[in-house]
Ligand binder design. Structure first.
Ligand code: ADP
Ligand code: 5SP
Length: 501
C-alpha cells in the first residue's frame, strides 16, 4: 500500500487539487473549481469571501476522494497553497468579519504612504522588515479596515492569510508559517520575527491578532473529525504548514536550492528563485520573501498576466485555443502594437493607480490577432522588466521553469523565451503549486515521524521537466523584444508622469 497526498492550490481565479501517489510519483486524481472576484468602487477594490475558497476546497476534495473510491483510506496528508497577502479577519467566535481584500487590491495605496511616512519612507520600512510596504501586502489592508470600517475593525480578534484560513478550516488550528507570513509586510525577513514598530503603528492590538508563527516544514494539525467522517478518511490525516502559492510553486517546480528560476503565468506573473540568505532590494522591486523550506525566495510580482489575456479572450468571445491560435498567427511584435498591461494597477513597477494602454495603433494593424499577441507580449514584457532587476542583483538564469495556466500555451512559451532571452521549459504538470503542496505534506509527515527525508531528494524524484515544451530564444526575436522592452519602459515612465504628476 502506498501513501497518497492531496495538494490544494487556492488561486485567484480557481482552486486546483491533485492527489499524488508518493511511491509511483503519479497524479491519481485531480479536480478544480472556479470563482469570481468582488470588484468594489472606486476601482482598485478587489475582494473575495473566504467561504468561496472553502466551498471550492470542499468540492475539490470531495471529487478527488470519490474518484479514489476505497483508496481514499491511503490518504496520509494534505498540503495547502494559497494566493499570497489576502487579509482574512475573524471575530471572537472565529467568524469571518468581512470579505478578504486580495493581493491585487490597490485601494490601500494611501495607507502604504502613511506607514512609509511614519518610518522615514520606504527605505525605513526596508530597514525594519526587509520589504517596502506595497498595496498588495497584508498590513496596509488592516490599516485600511481600521480607517474605513471602524465597526468591523473593532470586531477583529485574529487575522490569517488565505492558506492559513483553509488550514484552520481543515484542522481547527490557527498558525502562520514564515513563507506566506513574509508577504504581510510586518515580518522582519532577516530574523523571521514580527516587527513590533510597524505593527504598533497600525494598531496596538495587531500583535495580539497574529497567530503563533513557525517553520514551514512542520505539520500544522490533523483533519477535523467532521471532515474525516464526511470524506471517509483515516482519522490521522495530517495538514502540513502549507504556504503561499509562489513558495509552494517553488517546491512543485523543483526550485528548492539556489540557481533555479521559476516564472508563474497565473492571474499574476511571478519570477522567483531560492536563496540561502535574505535578498533585500533597496529599490524594492524584488520582494525579500521567505520560502517554504525555511530559506528565502526573492520574488518579482506583476499583477497583470492572464488578467490581460482573459480580457482580450472575453472581448472576442474566444475559447482558450482560439486565443492561442490568434496570438500564434500574428507576427512577433504584433505589427507595432505595444500593450502596457496595467489593467489592475501594478506592483512592479509600483503603479497602484495605473491603467492599461494600447500603443501603436494604425489602420492596418488593429485586428484581433494583433491584440491577442500584444496582450501576451505586454504581460510578458512586464515580467521581463522585473527580470532586468533580478539580473542586476546577480540572478541571471540561462533557463526558466514555467508554471501556471498561461504556461500551457505553446505560443506564449516561445515568446517568453524570446522576451526573457533564456530557454524556458514547463513541468510535467502545470499545477506546480498544487504538486508542491502535496510534496510538502509528504515531507512534513516523514519529518514528524523521524524518517530520513530531504526535500531535494523528494523533488528530484517527483518533479519532472517536460522536455517536449522546451523553447530556445531566437536571436532576431530577442533583438526585436529588447527594443520593445525599452519602449515599454519609456512608455511606462510617461504613463507615470501623465497619471501621477
Ligand atoms: N493554453 C492557455 N493559453 C493561455 N492561457 C491559458 C491557457 N490555459 C490556461 N490559461 C489561463 O490561465 C489562467 C489560470 O491560471 P492559474 O495559474 O490557474 O491562475 P490562478 O492560480 O491565479 O487562479 C486562466 O485565466 C486561463 O485562462
Ligand atoms: O501577490 C502575489 C505574489 O506576491 C501573487 O502571485 C499572488 O500570490 C496571487 O497568485 P496567483 O493567483 O496569480 O497564482
Amino acid at each position: 500500500m502506498s501513501s497518497l497526498f492531496i495538494g490544494i492550490d487556492s488561486g485567484t481565479q480557481s482552486t486546483k487539487a491533485i492527489v499524488l501517489d508518493l511511491e509511483s510519483g503519479q497524479i491519481v486524481a485531480h479536480a478544480h473549481r472556479k470563482y469570481d472576484l468582488i470588484e468594489g468602487l472606486p476601482a482598485g477594490h478587489l475582494e473575495q469571501h473566504p467561504s468561496e475558497w472553502i466551498t471550492a476546497v470542499e468540492g475539490c476534495i470531495s471529487e478527488c476522494v470519490e474518484h479514489l473510491g476505497d483508496r481514499r483510506k491511503d490518504i496520509a496528508g494534505i498540503g495547502v497553497s494559497g494566493q499570497q497577502h489576502g487579509l482574512v479577519v475573524l471575530d471572537k467566535d472565529d467568524q469571518v468579519v468581512r470579505p478578504a481584500k486580495l493581493w491585487c487590491d490597490t485601494s490601500t495605496a494611501p495607507q502604504c504612504e502613511q506607514i512609509a511616512h511614519e518610518f522615514g519612507g520606504q527605505p525605513g520600512c526596508i530597514a525594519l522588515a526587509g520589504n517596502a510596504i506595497l498595496p498588495g501586502y497584508t498590513i496596509p489592508k488592516l490599516l485600511w479596515l481600521k480607517q474605513n470600517e471602524p465597526q468591523n475593525f473593532a470586531k477583529v480578534t485574529s487575522i490569517l492569510l488565505p492558506h492559513d484560513y483553509i488550514n484552520f478550516w481543515l484542522s481547527g488550528v490557527k498558525r502562520m508559517e514564515y513563507g506566506d507570513a513574509s508577504g504581510t509586510g510586518i515580518l522582519d525577513v532577516r530574523q523571521r520575527t514580527w516587527n513590533r514598530e510597524i505593527c504598533d503603528f497600525v494598531d496596538e492590538r495587531v500583535l495580539s491578532m497574529l497567530p503563533p508563527l513557525g517553520s514551514s516544514q512542520e505539520v500544522h494539525g490533523t483533519i477535523r473529525p467532521e471532515l474525516v467522517k464526511k470524506w471517509g478518511l483515516n482519522d490521522n490525516v495530517i495538514v502540513s504548514a502549507g504556504g503561499g502559492d509562489n513558495m509552494m510553486g517553488a517546491i512543485g517546480t523543483g526550485n528548492v536550492k539556489p540557481g533555479i528560476i521559476t516564472a508563474s503565468f497565473g492571474t499574476s506573473g511571478t519570477l522567483y528563485g531560492v536563496a540561502d540568505a535574505p535578498v533585500v532590494d533597496g529599490q524594492a522591486e524584488v520582494a525579500a520573501f521567505c520560502d517554504s523550506n525555511d530559506l528565502w525566495l526573492p520574488l518579482v510580482c506583476t499583477m497583470n498576466v492572464t488578467v490581460v489575456t482573459e480580457q482580450v479572450r472575453e472581448m472576442f468571445g474566444w475559447t482558450i485555443p482560439q486565443l492561442e491560435a490568434a496570438a500564434a498567427e500574428a507576427l512577433p511584435g504584433a505589427e507595432g502594437l505595444l500593450f502596457l498591461p496595467y489593467l489592475n494597477g501594478e506592483r512592479t513597477p509600483n503603479l497602484p493607480n495605473g491603467t492599461g494602454v494600447i500603443h501603436g495603433l494604425r489602420p492596418g494593424n488593429m485586428n484581433p490577432r494583433n491584440l491577442a499577441r500584444a496582450a501576451m507580449e505586454g504581460a510578458t514584457l512586464g515580467l521581463a522588466y522585473g527580470l532586468q532587476r533580478f539580473r542586476e542583483l546577480g540572478m541571471n538564469p540561462a533557463e526558466i521553469r514555467l508554471t501556471g495556466g498561461g504556461s500551457q500555451s505553446k505560443a506564449w512559451r516561445q515568446l517568453a523565451a524570446d522576451i526573457f532571452n533564456a530557454e524556458v521549459v514547463t513541468l510535467a504538470t502545470a499545477e506546480g503549486a498544487a504538486l508542491g503542496s502535496a510534496i510538502q505534506a509528504a515531507f512534513a509527515l516523514q519529518k514528524r515521524d523521524g524518517k530520513a527525508t530531504n526535500i531535494e531528494e523528494l523533488t528530484s524524484r517527483l518533479v519532472t521537466l517536460d522536455e517536449s515544451t522546451r523553447c530556445r530564444p531566437d536571436p532576431a526575436r530577442v533583438a526585436l523584444y529588447a527594443e520593445k522592452l525599452e519602449q515599454f519602459s519609456r512608455l511606462t515612465q510617461r504613463l507615470r508622469e501623465v497619471e501621477y504628476l
